[in-house]
Design a protein around this ligand. Structure first.
Ligand code: ZN
Length: 161
């Protein structure tokens, strides 16, 4: 069985950026389980996995465009400190849920200057060219229930009570 639309795929992966720094890895833990073809993974990675089988190893380079997107300068905003009601200790690196035109979005505090706080709504990996070292652990059919929920149940996936 090979990776195709609506298959459940389990992968081990190590993600590195252009500088070669490891950003994320499943090594030593459960593999990542996802349903192929429904937007669970970034497009560039899904495309590379298509047609591959269990046991295959591949090195996938994903451009920012096919990864977490290019950086959008419009998502960087200066907001007055008083907008953060109830938070006394705002620090660079803190993340907040903010309302936007496209619904709630995570923003990261990137700069604090006097009374102004700069927040960035770009994904932390936006604008980065990424490399995934992937090993496919398993490919199987998704159940009706998994397809209805849009996520994998069991190993590496969601666990319902
Ligand atoms: Zn579910």
């Amino acid at each position: 069985m090979v990776v195709a639309q609506n298959k459940v795929v389990q992968i081990h992966y190590t993600l590195t950026n252009e500088a070669g720094a490891v950003l994320d890895s499943s090594s030593g833990g459960e593999p990542l389980a996802y349903i192929h073809g429904i937007g669970n993974l970034i497009p560039g990675l899904e495309k590379a996995l298509e047609g591959k089988g269990a046991g295959e190893k591949l090195n996938v380079k994903v451009s920012a465009e096919e990864g977490y997107g290019v950086r959008d300068p419009a998502l960087v905003q200066d907001v007055p400190r008083r907008a953060f009601r109830g938070i006394d200790d705002i620090r660079v690196g803190m993340q907040f849920q903010a309302d936007s035109n496209q619904g709630p979005r995570m923003v990261t505090v990137t700069r604090i200057a006097g009374d102004m706080v700069t927040v960035d709504g770009n994904h932390p990996l936006a604008g980065e060219d990424l490399t995934f070292a992937v090993e496919i652990a398993e490919v199987r059919d998704a159940s009706e229930e998994e397809l209805a929920h849009g996520h994998v149940h069991g190993a590496g996936g969601h666990h319902h009570d």
